[in-house]
Design a protein around this ligand. Structure first.
Ligand SMILES: NC(=O)c1ccc[n+]([C@@H]2O[C@H](COP(=O)([O-])OP(=O)(O)OC[C@H]3O[C@@H](n4cnc5c(N)ncnc54)[C@H](O)[C@@H]3O)[C@@H](O)[C@H]2O)c1
Length: 316
């Protein structure tokens, strides 16, 4: 396959829940022709409205120039998997996160895809080799892991299996850039990839601090939303410390490595995620925000993220 960025490609989306629908928008707004298949008729029926609402919000924030109607005109919802994948150059699989299902759906795609097509799986946590090993065309499969919602948050982790052709990894990086995403390429497989390993380390520490009563969930959250996280929208941990000592990262390491090594040596047992601690966190979170208000808060989050992405685009 040859995913040349400048060419319009045929894209298939298999599984069109939160993530698959987001992918459909990512590809269609970049001018690709997209066929979408989901096993659930309810999901297929609700998709046009979901796409319309999300694209309208992206349009309002200046993140797409075409009208939502012009973009959705490139998205076709189909009723079988072969209809979606038979003429696709690239197939993005986004079905439920269940290993047996990932194996089964990958095998179905393997049988129905064109000989040169490439298949990326959105899996959040399984290594590609745990479900791609037995495929006839396993050299054309890899993990292409987005962040939810992918039409708003651009980073994508590209993780080859030991069998993925190296050329496909390079092409996928170019292709993701061409459709407006920001690819991060892993040199080899690791559970959780990079994003969920970093997120998991922070969550582990947050649960532990909460469990041991050092602070409320709200105050731990504020440390990120009003502190660390403000920088993280613009730079990662390495650039953060490069800027936080007069002479850069080496200077920072000299000043603070002792402190961080001491903290690391005091590292606690992994957080237990015990029922008692979860109940306490739930009580605090629910008294601040009832379940019925979660959807509105998610919409608020997505709108704020879109405004931030629009701001970031103006800074380059
Ligand atoms: N939600 C997230 O935050 C997030 C982020 C990154 C990656 N992912 C990954 O993306 C994938 C999808 O997650 P999601 O959050 O969109 O889940 P979801 O439950 O919203 O959507 C999954 C969809 O897959 C469909 N499906 C199930 N079996 C199918 C089949 N055999 N054929 C076709 N469609 C089928 C379901 O009908 C459903 O619409 C998972 O692998 C998940 O780990 C999720």
């Amino acid at each position: 396959m040859n995913i040349m960025p400048e060419n319009s490609k045929n894209i298939a989306i298999v599984g069109a829940g939160l993530v698959g629908a987001g992918w459909a928008m990512v590809f269609a707004r970049a001018g690709q022709q997209v066929k979408v298949y989901d096993a659930s008729e309810t999901i297929r029926r609700g998709l046009p409205e979901h796409l319309g609402t999300s694209l309208e919000a992206l349009h309002r924030h200046g993140l797409v120039t075409e009208t939502p109607a012009a973009i959705t005109a490139r998205i076709q919802i189909v009723e079988t998997l072969p209809q979606a994948v038979a003429d696709a150059d690239y197939i993005q699989e986004s079905v439920f996160e269940q290993l047996e299902l990932k194996k089964a759906i990958s095998a179905e795609i393997d049988q129905a895809m064109a000989p040169q097509a490439v298949v990326g799986s959105s899996t959040s946590g399984f290594s590609g080799s745990s479900f791609m090993a037995d495929l006839t065309r396993r050299t054309q499969f890899l993990v292409v892991h987005p962040v939810n919602p992918p039409q708003v948050i651009p980073v994508v982790e590209i993780v080859p299996t030991p069998w993925t052709k190296p050329q496909i990894v390079d092409e996928m990086r170019s292709f993701m850039q061409a459709v407006g995403q920001v690819p991060v390429v892993l040199n080899k497989e690791i559970d959780g990839f990079i994003l969920n390993r970093l997120q998991g380390a922070l969550l582990d520490e947050a649960w532990k601090l909460f469990e041991e009563g050092y602070a409320s969930a709200a105050d731990i959250d504020a440390t990120v939303s009003e502190g660390l996280g403000l920088r993280w929208a613009f730079m990662g941990p390495f650039e953060t410390i490069d800027l936080n000592a007069p002479l850069g990262i080496e200077d920072y390491a000299q000043r603070f490595s002792g402190m961080y090594q001491r903290l690391a040596s005091l590292r606690h047992e992994t957080a237990a995620w015990s029922k008692e601690t979860i109940d306490r966190a739930t009580a605090e979170c629910r008294s601040a925000l009832p379940v019925a208000a979660l959807t509105a808060r998610r919409q608020w989050r997505d709108e704020r993220l879109m405004a931030l992405i629009a701001h970031k685009k103006q800074q380059v």
